[in-house]
Every structure is written in structure tokens, then in C-alpha cells.
Design a protein around this ligand. Structure first.
Ligand SMILES: [Fe+2]
Ligand SMILES: [Fe+2]
Length: 196
């Protein structure tokens, strides 16, 4: 059963047990509380929400940045916004009812999610969080799907977020879901089994 509309308190309660929580949270709190990011609770990321997936990638990126002496703030923010594309790839009845504009229509192969969403996210974050515009954040978001998209990350932080995204995604991998994981299958419309 897919658990959408997950409470931030539930996620934070788990992460708070980590000694690095406070610093990570200071970098991402404003984004997490913003209405546009909250909307990602209704965007599906396979059997998770984009909201929860992105928090996981952000925290993993932040921890990797600590170990690898990279910029922790850049990694926390870019990790959180790496899938901040405007239109939902998989969607639910609840998203359709609350935010019909967030529904993506079917696309051709070369415009499939896996190929285009990183570029869209890099543009979309600048629209909603102009105060965070930064060349490292932009490049990190834009290249996080490497090697599916050809251009590699330009900065160390980009390699970290790209790796963290794969670590988080592959933790729950199912061989049959690889095309879906890479955004190479058709959009899906899920209408049932949503917890409120
Ligand atoms: Fe992505
Ligand atoms: Fe992702």
C-alpha cells in the first residue's frame, strides 16, 4: 500500500535520531515547508512519494558530503531539489483532483521522464527558489541522471547527489521495475490504495 501525504513529523522523527540532523535541517527547512515542495507529497516516485524520496536523497547526499569533504549545504539543497520537476510522472486520483495542472501527458520516447526531468527540475527550482540559485546546485540537478543523460556532473557535489540518488533508488529495486525506475516506461495513473 502506498503511503502518500506522509507527515513531515514522521520523517523528521526518524532523521532526528541522527547526530547530523540539526545542520542538515537548517539548510533545507525553508524548502520543506514551502507549499510547492509540499505538493510533492502527492507526486509518486515508484512506490514512494517524490517528497520522501527527495528527503532521503538530500540526507544521504549531506552525509556523503561530510565524509568526502564536499559542500554539505549544496549537497543537502541539490539533493532535495534534484527531482523538483513541475509535472508528475506517475500520479494519483488525489493529485488529479487537487492539482490537475500537475498532470503530465504522454510523451515520445526522447521526451520520456528519464531523459528530461533533470533539466526541467534545474529550471523549476529557479522559479520557486530564486534566492537559492547557484551554478553548483543547477549543474548538480541537471546532471543527476548521468550516465542515462550523457553530460556528467561538473562538480564533486554533483557526483555525490547522483550517487545518493542511485543508492536510495536501488535500495528498493525490483528487476522488473528498472525501466520504470529510469523513467523509460509510460506514465501510469494510480487511483487506489492511497492512505490519508
Ligand atoms: Fe531523478
Ligand atoms: Fe531521484
Amino acid at each position: 500500500m502506498i503511503k502518500l501525504n506522509i507527515d513531515i513529523e514522521d520523517i523528521i522523527a526518524v532523521l532526528k535520531k541522527n547526530k547530523y540532523f540539526n545542520e542538515w535541517y537548517s539548510y533545507v527547512k525553508d524548502i520543506l515547508e514551502s507549499p510547492e515542495f509540499q505538493k510533492r507529497k502527492l507526486y509518486l516516485h515508484h512506490d514512494d512519494s517524490v517528497y520522501h524520496h527527495c528527503i532521503s536523497v538530500s540526507f544521504e547526499s549531506y552525509l556523503l558530503a561530510s565524509k568526502l569533504h564536499a559542500d554539505k549545504r549544496i549537497c543537502a539543497i541539490a539533493g532535495l531539489l534534484h527531482d523538483f520537476y513541475p509535472k508528475a510522472w506517475q500520479f494519483t486520483q488525489e493529485l488529479y483532483e487537487k492539482h490537475p495542472d500537475a498532470i503530465r501527458t504522454k510523451r515520445s520516447l526522447l521526451k520520456m521522464h528519464g531523459f528530461v526531468h533533470a533539466k526541467e527540475a534545474a529550471k523549476n527550482y529557479q522559479k520557486y527558489y530564486p534566492n537559492l540559485i547557484d551554478k553548483k546546485i543547477t549543474n548538480t540537478i541537471k546532471t543527476h541522471m548521468f550516465p542515462l543523460t550523457i553530460v556528467p556532473p561538473r562538480y564533486k557535489e554533483g557526483w555525490i547527489v547522483s550517487l545518493a540518488d542511485k543508492i536510495i533508488s536501488f535500495r528498493t529495486i525490483n528487476i522488473k521495475s528498472i525501466p520504470k525506475l529510469l523513467g523509460l516506461s509510460s506514465p501510469q495513473f494510480k487511483t487506489s490504495k492511497i492512505n490519508h
